[in-house]
Unconditional design. Structure first.
Length: 522
């Protein structure tokens, strides 16, 4: 290694290690103050807030439900590169490195302080983390400069010491570097342990929900067709899609949860979790869908939900004339805007506490979330809900509506082909084309399938317990060798047939026929 390269490598190492110390210490402090204030989490959350819908759709299409992990990794990579550059600048002049640390501190403070639900405590992880990074950078840089000074050729001493003039500074630099790396690792692990102590998983597991006063109807025989590869009628909690803006799952103990209903009402209501459980609970099968779901995509699922009637609570509060929006706020500051008329038109709009016979998973809104059949999730499925303001669309604009999505978003009549998947070559002969279709609060009346742009053929529909859940369908097919294009379309109970016109998810849901290209062996 040439003498000119060694100082640069030490500068890069100093910067990266100092950055790691800052991130680790920030994570440790966030274990005490709350995970949302961790610098990487705060900056990544700000990126989500500033991302336009096309970028959000791109991230979901590429990374799927791992998009949040990919974002945080991306932030860490950018931080590592910037830290390396800061370390190089500090080698030239320590003050330059301190300016770099200050810039990143300002970015972190801005990200943490501008979150909708931020508190002064959320600033502490960045402040203390930046201070730790500055100390580490100072120690590492000064040690690295001593190594550089020692590498300047000098006359050898008459009797060589146990450690040469060059070896001693190098040893000191390595020791300081090891201490910095150890501090970063210990702080990170400490932050994780503190975060686990704050987990409400134990409270979630210990919760016993009361039986529904209005139980879901029995699932008809044959509602779940036993066709390999076809989505089950009930989507298991563990595989139910998750799309939201929360990088860190909110941990809300049911004993501390409260919901406030206020605004354009005659009587403001405040409910505890126990208050909610004492109300008559409703159980129903409801299919949820994300507006970001592409045609034939995976972001849709069906579950048996248990909860209190949202409409009944609103009637108790007394909606004033002119109110048309329920401005729902999550504990992390996310907002959704649900039409008042939809929540009160008789459908099973719920303040849900249970999912598939168990308390809500933390990832799906524990302890309470909204579930409103027939609307895309970003306007109807507020997880970790703590506040409902009865207001107007003109007065309050919800999170995704601020970013160009439609303020009101009824779910489109859609279908999906599950089998064949198009990922494997089929054998010739009798096989099944099968999938699911949904038209919440309207119901599916028909599904048709066509091959290679030929005539539409009607598929057989499985029975369903209600109109708010998806419906399985199938069509027997005598598969012949070659390449085949399979398409489907659904017709709902109003007579509307799914359109084949292609449109992207934004601003109110994708359209087009789901299409699978199947290859049959010769």
């Amino acid at each position: 290694m040439t003498p000119a390269i060694r100082p640069r490598l030490r500068g890069i190492t100093s910067g990266v290690l100092a950055g790691a110390v800052g991130v680790g210490v920030g994570y440790l402090v966030a274990g005490l103050t709350g995970p949302a204030g961790a610098p990487v989490v705060a900056v990544a959350s700000l990126v989500i807030d500033l991302s336009p819908p096309p970028l959000k759709n791109f991230a979901i299409s590429v990374f799927g439900t791992s998009d949040k992990l990919a974002l945080q990794i991306g932030v860490l990579v950018i931080l590592a590169v910037a830290a390396a550059l800061i370390g190089l600048q500090a080698q030239r002049r320590l003050a330059n490195g301190m300016v770099g640390v200050l810039i990143f501190a300002v970015i972190g403070l801005t990200a943490a302080g501008t979150r909708p639900a931020s508190t002064p405590a959320d600033l502490l992880p960045t402040l203390i983390g930046a201070a730790a990074a500055a100390v580490a950078l100072t120690l590492l840089t000064r040690s690295a400069l001593r190594v550089a000074d020692a590498e300047v050729p000098v006359a050898p001493p008459a009797r060589p010491p146990a450690l040469t003039v060059t070896e001693r500074p190098r040893r000191d630099f390595m020791l300081i570097g090891a201490a910095a790396a150890g501090t970063a690792a210990a702080a990170y692990l400490g932050g994780r342990l503190l975060g686990e102590r704050a987990s409400v998983a134990a409270a979630q597991r210990a919760l016993h929900l009361p039986a529904a006063a209005d139980a879901a109807p029995p699932v008809p025989t044959g509602a779940s067709l036993r066709i390999p590869g076809l989505s089950s009628f009930i989507t298991p909690n563990s595989s139910f899609y998750r799309v939201d803006t929360a990088l860190v799952l909110p941990q809300i103990d049911p004993s501390s949860w409260q919901l406030r209903i206020h605004g354009m009402v005659r009587r403001e209501l405040t409910l505890t979790f126990d208050d909610l459980l004492k109300r008559p609970l409703i159980e129903d099968y409801v299919t949820l869908a994300c507006v970001s779901d592409p045609v034939g995509g995976p972001y849709v699922g069906n579950a048996r939900w248990l909860g209190a009637s949202l409409g009944a609570l609103l009637r108790e509060a007394g909606i004033r004339a002119g109110a048309d929006q329920l401005f729902c706020t999550s504990v992390d500051g996310f907002t959704s805007g649900t039409p008042v008329a939809t929540a009160m038109d008789g459908r099973d709009a719920l303040l849900a506490v249970g999912m598939n016979g168990a308390p809500l998973p933390v990832a799906h809104g524990f302890p309470v979330r909204t579930v409103v059949p027939g609307l895309y999730g970003y306007v109807s499925a507020c997880k970790w809900i703590t506040d409902i303001e009865v207001t107007t669309y003109a007065s309050n604009v919800a999170y995704w509506a601020q970013r160009g999505w439609s303020a009101q978003a009824p779910i489109k009549t859609e279908s999906r082909i599950d089998v064949p998947s198009g990922n494997a070559t089929l054998r010739p002969g009798r096989t099944m084309i099968a999938g699911v279709a949904w038209a919440q609060h309207k119901g599916i009346d028909a599904v048709e399938v066509r091959l290679n742009n030929g005539p539409w053929r009607r598929a057989t529909l499985a029975p369903v317990p209600g109109i708010d859940c998806w419906r399985q369908w199938y069509l027997p097919w005598d598969a012949r060798p070659g390449r085949h294009v399979i398409q489907a379309r659904a017709t709902d109970a109003t007579g509307y047939t799914q359109t084949g016109v292609l449109s992207p998810p934004e601003p109110n849901g994708a359209t087009g026929y789901p299409t699978v290209v199947a290859t049959v062996a010769g």
